[in-house]
Each structure stands twice: as structure tokens, then as C-alpha cells.
Design a protein around this ligand. Structure first.
Ligand SMILES: Cc1cc2nc3c(=O)[nH]c(=O)nc-3n(C[C@H](O)[C@H](O)[C@H](O)COP(=O)(O)O)c2cc1C
Length: 386
């Protein structure tokens, strides 16, 4: 215990004083993607394939407490924190991230390799305002990612974490005129390599938003559910939405999703709402793309709460969007009705970026749950949502 605590103190100092400045110096200062590539490269080189080190990191950086344990879809979760989709797009570092207490939503995985939109396309806003990105699902593509996942795959009974795979369609599928075929093929090919699969649409691939039109969504989900029926093992399917939908649109999506056996939702992706943009100041505030960060929290929370109450709490929800503090996390669970918590901006911003992110977040959340008299997180989910 003492040894692990000492490691956390040293890691925190090392990260703040050495690693973070190194990762964000030179070219990386100007381009967030360079910084991102540096951290992925380091994890890939030193942690990803080093099983004893990953085991040690798990002991040090994963906070375990019975109050945070839950079972959803028959799968056990030791704690609710994750890193949101887009961080480990190509399944390069998911084992490393898991050992740091942040299992990622891997992807988004599209069928085709794609360089994405021209760079620069990821912008860090001044202060603590958040970030804007318009990456458009760049990817190594299904073929490469599938190989990578298969190489690392450990059967469910031999690991104590879940593999979350996030899939979708990027521009090449629309250019080739077969987005639904590509989507179904991707789902089919990754099915055996993950435990929970999430279909995501992105504001940065505008054509993909068409998938949320009831007719298109119905056709996509029909294909997906036929594939699922053909498999030996049942696996939960989630749908990740954008926050810029009216309640009437969410109602229609929910109708289609429920009638096609969707099991839950990830709420939400980034926003393009001009009202959120109005709050931004300084350089990059007018860059096109989706905004994520603190000002997204209330929009996401409204969507989470709406879906939770309209499905009477029977539809597990993963919160993403503007979660930065333990109180944000508590709010999403108790008032919104979220069972899991995904973070993107908070894990890459200078203020909170540290190997202890998940440990600290989980420890504070556990304390908050106990202070409010909850015996466990399951009891807390949606407790004040009514
Ligand atoms: C640079 C970047 C890339 C992202 N890529 C994806 C992606 O590939 N798929 C996806 O579903 N969401 C993607 N997202 C959205 C995040 O998963 C998350 O939903 C969003 O950032 C809101 O969370 P936050 O406010 O904690 O950042 C991306 C976000 C950022 C900032």
C-alpha cells in the first residue's frame, strides 16, 4: 500500500515536471496531435507489451473499492471510469490505458484506412475552456486494427477488464457509396474481439449524421442485429449520439434503437452548437469542428437525464462530455443516471493530466457516494434523476 502510494506521488511529480513539458514542447506545443502521438508512442514502446509492468501499474493506479463495483449486461466492472473514444483510435495502447485505470472506448473503428481531414485539426483552447477537433475519423482501418486486436486478445475468463470497441463510418465509405455495408462488415469483423460494441456518429463526418435519420438508423440496426443473431455469443450494443439533438429527435432515435435491440447509449460526442461557441474566448475559438470540455457538460447531462428517465432507467448509459471533476462524475451518475464515465478533455489537459487521474477520480467519487449514503454505485445510478 505504502509502496503504491509512493509510486503515485513520484509519478505525479515526474509527469508534471518532466513528462508533460517534454510531451508538449517544440512541434507538440503547436500541434496537439504531435503531443498525442508522443504519449501513444511511449506507452506502446514501454508499457503495452510489458505484462509485469502493466500488472504493477494496475496495482498502483487502479483504485479498487467495493462501492464502485457493478455488474452490467452480465459483465463485471471494478470501477466506472474510462477514456472516451478517439484517444486510442487504432487499438495501440488499450492495455496500457487499462493498467492506468482508464480502459478506453477503442476507436472509432471504420472499415477503410483514412488520413482524415487536413492538419491542424485539433485545437486546445486557452485556459480551461476545452478543445475543438475536426479529425473526421482518421484510422489505420479495420484490417490493421483487427489484426492488432486479435494479437492482443485474451479470452474473457482470463482477464479482469472489459474491451470496449467503438465503430462507425468515415468519409471513404460514403465516397464509395456503401456506408451501411461497410458498417455491418466492420461490426461483423470486430464482434469476437470485444465485450461491448458501440456504434458512434460524429459531427466531423457530416454524412455520418444521416445515420441518425430514423429510416437510415433502422436499416443500419437491422443489418447489425441480423449479424448479432448469427453469432454464438450475445454482446451488448450501445449507440453514441451527438448532444445537438432535440427531445423529439431523441424520442425517434430511442424508438428505433429499442425496437432493434440496442442495449444502451454513450452520451455524448462533441457539440457544434453555436450557443456553446458563444462562450469561447481567444485563439482558435472560431475553428470549425466539434467542441469538447467543460461547457459541454450541461448539454450532455440533459441528454443523459432525458434518455434515463424516458427508458425508466432500464437502458444503461455511459456519460461522456465535459466531465472534469469528481463532482461532475457524481452528478452524471446520481442526477443523470449514468453507469459509466468517459473522459477525453480532462485526461489531456495540463491541469488534470496525470497518471493518477483515474485513481483520484475514483477515490473521490467513492467518498462522495458514501457521504450521500449510497451502499454502491448501482444504488446511486439515477437516484436523484426523478
Ligand atoms: C481529438 C478528439 C478525437 C475524438 N475522436 C472520437 C472518435 O473517434 N470517436 C468518437 O466516438 N468520439 C470521439 N471524440 C469524442 C470523445 O469521445 C468525447 O465524446 C467528447 O470529447 C466529449 O468528452 P470530453 O468533454 O470529456 O472531451 C473525440 C474527441 C476529441 C477531442
Amino acid at each position: 500500500m505504502l509502496k503504491e502510494a509512493a509510486v503515485r506521488v513520484i509519478a505525479e511529480q515526474f509527469h508534471r515536471r518532466v513528462l508533460y513539458p517534454l510531451l508538449t514542447s517544440g512541434q507538440a506545443k503547436k500541434d496537439r496531435e504531435v503531443a498525442h502521438e508522443r504519449i501513444l508512442g511511449l506507452m506502446e514502446k514501454y508499457i503495452e507489451n510489458n505484462q509485469p509492468l502493466r500488472k504493477f501499474l494496475t496495482q498502483c493506479f487502479t483504485y479498487e473499492d467495493p462501492v464502485l463495483e457493478q455488474e452490467i449486461f452480465g459483465l463485471k466492472f471494478k470501477q466506472p471510469c474510462m477514456v472516451a473514444a478517439g484517444f486510442d483510435k487504432n487499438a495501440r495502447v488499450y492495455q496500457s490505458l487499462t493498467s492506468l485505470g482508464l480502459p478506453p472506448d477503442i476507436g472509432t473503428i471504420p472499415r477503410w484506412p483514412y488520413a482524415g481531414t487536413p492538419k491542424p485539426r485539433v485545437f486546445m483552447l486557452e485556459g480551461d475552456q476545452g478543445m475543438i477537433n475536426r479529425m473526421g475519423y482518421p484510422s489505420d482501418g479495420l484490417h490493421e486494427i483487427e489484426k492488432r486486436l486479435a494479437k492482443k486478445y485474451t479470452p474473457r475468463n482470463l482477464r479482469d477488464f472489459n474491451i470496449h470497441l467503438n465503430f462507425g463510418v468515415n468519409q471513404p465509405s460514403f465516397d464509395r457509396g456503401a456506408p451501411l455495408f461497410d458498417l455491418a462488415l466492420t461490426y461483423n469483423d470486430i464482434y469476437g474481439l470485444g465485450d461491448i460494441l458501440t456504434l458512434a456518429v460524429s459531427p466531423n463526418t457530416p454524412d455520418s449524421l444521416g445515420l441518425l435519420e430514423p429510416e437510415n438508423l433502422s436499416e443500419a440496426l437491422e443489418r447489425i442485429s441480423n449479424i448479432r443473431k448469427s453469432k454464438k455469443e450475445w454482446k451488448p450494443l450501445l449507440l453514441k449520439l451527438i448532444p445537438d439533438l432535440t427531445f423529439a429527435q431523441i424520442d425517434k432515435i430511442l424508438d428505433v434503437a429499442l425496437s432493434h435491440g440496442v442495449d444502451g447509449m454513450v452520451l455524448t460526442n462533441t457539440t457544434t452548437d453555436p450557443n456553446t461557441r458563444m462562450l469561447l474566448k481567444g485563439m482558435y475559438k472560431d475553428e470549425t469542428g466539434g467542441y469538447s470540455g467543460p461547457y459541454l457538460k450541461s448539454k450532455s447531462l440533459v441528454a443523459i437525464h432525458y434518455v434515463y428517465t424516458h427508458t425508466e432507467g432500464k437502458f444503461p448509459i455511459c456519460a461522456a462530455g465535459g466531465l472534469n471533476t469528481p463532482l461532475d462524475a457524481f452528478e452524471a451518475v446520481v442526477y443523470g443516471g449514468a453507469s459509466w464515465l468517459q473522459f477525453y478533455y480532462a485526461v489531456v489537459t495540463r491541469k488534470t493530466s496525470t497518471p493518477n487521474f483515474s485513481y483520484d477520480m475514483c477515490q473521490s467519487l467513492a467518498k462522495e457516494l458514501r457521504t450521500h449514503g449510497f451502499k454502491n454505485i448501482t444504488e446511486a445510478v439515477g437516484a436523484y434523476a426523478k
